[in-house]
Design a protein around this ligand. Sequence first.
Ligand SMILES: [Zn+2]
Ligand SMILES: [Zn+2]
Length: 321
Amino acid sequence: MVYCVKCKTPNPPTEAVCKQCGADLLPGTSLGERLGMLGVMLALAVVGGVLAVAGFRSESLVCLGLGGLAALSGVALLVFGIAYAVGKTPVHERHLLRARRHLDLDPQQAIDDFTRALELTPQALDTVRRSILKERGALYQKLGRTAEAQADLQLLIDQTTQALDKASPADKVKLLKERADLYKKLGKECEGTRDRLDATYAAEAAMSNKNYKPGTAVQAGAQVFGVGGGTFNEAYAIESRKQEAKHILGERLALLKAGRIKAIGFCRKCKAVVELDGELRCGTWPKHGKPKEKEMLFVMPEQSEETRQMMEQKYNPPRRR
Ligand SMILES: [Zn+2]
Ligand SMILES: [Zn+2]
């Protein structure tokens, strides 16, 4: 139930206006928040302006360029601040605000508002939709309504799957890890493991993309402070690729040691494709050591035989007589 502030009439939980007097029942962004945001944006715009003037006075082309950038950002921040201060808060956000205010006071009211917010959020705002589902699911869980909480988890998995279809390589890594956590919560360990493994391959794919830009913020910062230049950026890119590769290997080894995945590799001494142990070595005594990284694959247990045969064809094709 929502009580009207003006006439005190109780209204059904999803109502947006009072059925008695027509007063607005949904909270919006408060005047304080609006003015606060405007103030912050104004201050940042002033900083942008100062930087722009300094840039335009300089003779170096880089400073001139940065000055232009500062001027543009200043204007953009100012426009955003004004739009935020006078703009209307979308209806789905207002239901969301009201839901969050009722989490403890009236959980059923909160659930009804989350549901209404979900109905009103445009399909295109898929990140917002997922975050509403997460909040509603957490509330169901807290209230001990397990079946509904699990249904929300499943919906969240479906939406993450949809988002994966059109995600960029970098977003794919993030979404796969998110979905892995959701599967784990549902007790679907196997699907979760598969997503974790897929995330490592997605991360490798993202790295091998020629547009891969590690730590763009650090590079931009280095340029502003004048330590930039091609050599710095290249060295930085090489270093961060190394770090990322190390991280990926660490995740795979953790899954391997937990017995959730298998590692298959071509052992040059055995001249055969073999299953590798927890240290990625061929198990044949005396130890044959590790195959080359390019000649090993990490797979789900049920894929190991199929993968072994596929790699056998590739690295050890049957000789013609
Ligand atoms: Zn009223
Ligand atoms: Zn071997």
